[in-house]
Write a protein that binds this ligand. Sequence first.
Ligand SMILES: *Cc1c(COP(=O)(O)O)cnc(C)c1O
Length: 389
Amino acid sequence: MSAASALAAPPAPIRLLDLPAQHAAIQAELDAALQHVMHTGDFIQGPDVEQFAQELGAYLGGAYVVPCANGTDALQLALMSLELQPGDEIIVPAFTYVATAEAAAILGLRPVPAEVDPRMFTLDAAATEAAITLRTRAILAVHLYGQCADLTALRGVANRHGLALIEDNAQAIGATWQGADGQLVAAGTVGEVGTTSFFPSKNLGCLGDGGALLTRDAARAAHLYELANHGQARGRKYVHQRIGLNSRLDTLQAALLRVKLRHLGAWTAARQQVAAQYDAALGTVPGLQIPARQAGSTHVFHQYTLTLASEARRDALQKHLQQHGVPSVVYYPVPVHLQPAYAYLGYRAGQFPVAEALCRTVLSLPIHPGLTPEQVAYVAAVVKTGAAE
Ligand SMILES: *Cc1c(COP(=O)(O)O)cnc(C)c1O
């Protein structure tokens, strides 16, 4: 069979993600959870919220989990818990989703972008150390696409300079990190605080907005709980210890997340299977780089992201994929320092060449637990013919 005829049509429509199919497979469990919450009427801070926090904490190897309204609030709450002064600096990767920088900026803190590793897509430890000033208070690392930034190196930088380490783990829930001592720890639980998001498209997504904070420190967990709940200590209604937010995970979402958490391990394994098939098919294709693996981290493949040789090649491949019924996305086309909203920081094009180049050359392929081997083979075949053009 020629390459052209092999590409005649996808075996079944290929989607970036397929939540309806995922939900249909566990419909009875989800329905039961939904009905239960509806009938109890306990919509805010009902028992499912705490039960979900306990279950996710256990899944993450014994971390404290403080649910909140979304992943962006989680970042803001994490920074609030550091009790910083306006103008204090937070180092963030120049290549990330904007929420990472936004959480600092909205608090009057200064997001300071730093360069990323061109193969790992995550914060470069040497560039991070070089960005430290007398005002630096924290490093906000992002586990982009589903694997950890180099946490041993970043923890080292943070410790040497007396900085907090915060992990934006919105994309890497369930990934593990193996530290220098050989111990395996869950992504999001190495820093003082980790954050995550249950936005529907995340690896563990709810049916709306949701998020959580992760920490191994009981006192910090209590502090974060207060910050997310109007500054009110657990169980002490109408007494406000501090100024906080109203940032809660709905009981309904927590109940649905409890169901989905039971399947997260299998879904992660399915994503890893898809990634392995892409790797095998695309690893030696000239003109593109398959995702590199960070030593010490597992990869939960929130995204499977290729790097092309140039912007023109990337855009041509995306067009070719589209013409053959394969959706793809550029996460993210604009680096933090060149976002219009962050012009006030005073950066110029050319200051973070790696981040800028990644914005021009990355392309994420469909990856979700419902893709069949035939669909993955089809996508890979289309990528191959597209890369050869
Ligand atoms: C999704 C995401 C967020 C924001 O989460 P929301 O729940 O949408 O607020 C923050 N950081 C990263 C890296 C993300 O992928």
